[in-house]
Design a protein around this ligand. Sequence first.
Ligand code: SF4
Length: 468
Amino acid sequence: MQSRADHFKANATERLQHAGLQANLRRFGQRFASARAAAIAELDDFAGLRQQAAAWRDMTLPQLDTWLLRFEEAATHAGTQVHWAATAAEVNRIVLDIARQNGVRHVVKSKSMVSEETGLNDALKDAGISTVETDLGEYILQLAGEPPSHLVAPALHKNAEEVADLFEQHHHTPRQTDIPTLCREARAQLRPHFLNADMGISGANFLVAETGSVVLLTNEGNGRLVTTLPRVHVAITGIEKVIPNLTALAPLLRLLPRSATGQPITNYVSLLTGPRRPEEDEGPQQHHVILVDGGRSELLGSELQPALRCIRCAACMNHCPVYQNIGGHAYGWVYPGPIGAVLTPAYLGLENARDLPQAATLCGACEVVCPVAIPLPALLRSWRQRSVERGLRPWSERLGLRLWRWAALHPRIYHWLARRLSRLLRRAGGPAGQLTHVPGLSDWTSGRNLATPDEIPFHAQWAQGRRR
Ligand code: SF4
């Protein structure tokens, strides 16, 4: 996928003007957040379960090579062909090779974020192979020619009216706005594609090293059709998805749907182990798994490694005040929200996504809700530090930080300056106590007023015991 992550500010500014987008974001954000809260409240010990899930994810990451080789051995034993891809270009080449070897003309896809990373649909199209996305949200976006804007609900930014327009235009059927009718219409359109497809492509939620299985969690049933009806199934997945065994899967299965949509479990949980066996009458004749690095191994052993625990539940973006105002497209690449702000600089290079680590208030909500306890604010701060060290922030910001650092190391001067500045700002804010313009902070004040500080600075109140 073509990245626009280096245009984050312009992207975000544009999205902030869309009242319709904001309404959609708020509606879905609140719905997902309350559904999650209710589902998590049903658990006896969310904190304990989260700790377990994080521990299982942390078990494989330090020896990822060993666990991947174990997965490869078990999967190969089950008849799966395992491929290794270091880059996006390699992924596309492997898929095209498999397609050519099998005379594939028509592909159906279930949701795969890694294939978004590699721009696989375009590569297939260039090779003359038709591809149809079958996840309802992805199907809508394919018609609209847009990338996903959310990890779990990719077309969350669109309302029923917009979908009705798209269906009318592409299906040449009478316009319907009733959501169940739109779903039935999409299902009728997709059914022949499932039946005619030579190859199915999916992602993977997890890879089980012990059994060589690909685990897929879906709600719509399209995942099962994509992975079992066509004669070839290809699962494309990041190398970080491997877990040791089925015991590790249990806490992750309890947490992922709850954190994503508030469901205790998804409608379908599939464990795909090898191709169809001689005694079976369903399933693909060939089963391939492509293990994709794509920048992931760079994170191993670094302070950013915890980001690889991510199970793509989207809870962090459903609770992020920044995502809730600008939506996923503003982040400019495959992964939006707080986890996107951490992963995109890692996968594309910090210089190509330098503003993303700034796209957070560091309120901490993302870390609180993350089912695998990824310390997202700390990881964002780490990127911010690297940005400054590499000279990627504007000179004014770097100068400001240097001055602040110098003052902070000289407490007397710092306190004296803080008192003077507080007084000055209070005078400028007038009786309303609001500043509408502050030189050097126009990015902040162009969108909202800045409240004037207390007469007594925070550190002085702290020293007096007035703040605890
Ligand atoms: S970072 Fe955590 S909350 Fe966000 S998508 Fe990943 S697992 Fe879910």
